[in-house]
Design a protein around this ligand. Sequence first.
Ligand SMILES: [Zn+2]
Ligand SMILES: [Zn+2]
Length: 418
Amino acid sequence: MSLLLPTPEGLYCQEGGFHIDPVRPVARALITHAHADHARAGHGAVLATRQTLDIMAIRYGAGFAGRQQAAAGPVEIGGVRVSFHPAGHVLGSAQIRLERGGTRVVVSGDYTRAPNPACAPFELVPCDIFVTEATFGLPVFRHPDPGAETRRLLASLAQFPERTHLVGAYALGKAQRMIMLLRAEGYDRPIHLHGALERLCAYHAAQGIALGPLAPATLEGGGRGALPGEIVLAPPSAFAAKWAQRFAAPLLCFASGWMQVRARARQRLSDLPLVISDHCDWPALTRTITETGAGEVWVTHGAEDALVHWCRTQGLEARPLRLVGYEDEAEEVGAGEAGGAEDPAANTGAAGAGRDEVPAANTGAEVAGTDEEVAANSGAADRGPDEDVAGRAGAGDDGPDGGIAEDDGPATAPGAPA
Ligand SMILES: [Zn+2]
Ligand SMILES: [Zn+2]
């Protein structure tokens, strides 16, 4: 019997009686990290790292599960030895290692190999079966140096000192990473935060992540022309809302691995796309698979087919898991940040596009080359408008301030305790 089985709820370990990152409420859940598509409220019991539990409590309220247990060293669950190991993705993120009868399985959740001072670094865990994400699982994806991307932001700030630089970054992970990158480049001014980012930034600071001086971007009176020459971090959905118009000639930046795809940068209204990702690019994915020593690879959420194909060329057994309910980086808005992430309708366009873009034939079209935007983008453009509308429908266009600032509260996820 296999140690893990794909089910509609997510990966299931029958012998241990638990699911990993289930997308629907289950009796017992092991959770890799607190991004909303992996960590949902309403399970009977949750085992996760202390930080993941804390972040879930911040997002969903303290009663987000019937019982909570913080992972601390290996535990036995129904004859399966379970342990958590850092994944380098966001604060608290972990790979989950299972062992039974000499078979070792590692479920990576989301992970990155790039240094990220906002969380513990990825730990390489040798295994027989490696379950990997494939968010950027196409050979065209090569993430640039995040320091160089950050310097582009600072150069723009120097060039346009009269403009507010509004940086779109998701509340968990990307916002804190962006702040740490700016600090690493010597930027020591206060960084202004949209209200939806404040609690998670405060939590990071309390966990010893030195974010430096932070200030609210919330202003009295709602006048225009605020904060010229300053950096304001906000959830990307805030760009489309009235909220963004209060600033001085706002220059919109968006930090995401998807900014390598020009159609997405345009659709995100980004004046200055910053290619900064908390996921592995293609070289890091393939290197990691090799380094784990796994003879068998299961590929989930992302460009599954391309990575499965690569594994087979390396003589590895590989299978796409076709799990549903996990979104790519651009959709990790979180239950609390924009209110739309849990609404399937709001995600359809974007998530669908992410999957449909997999075939190798689209590769050239999807990822804009160095200087040609070409008709190459037509493939993406076909989907662009839908994606645009769908992406924003749940997020920002629903009235003044988009309802973004205030809804970082509990009980926005299905199954969350009232
Ligand atoms: Zn994630
Ligand atoms: Zn994910």
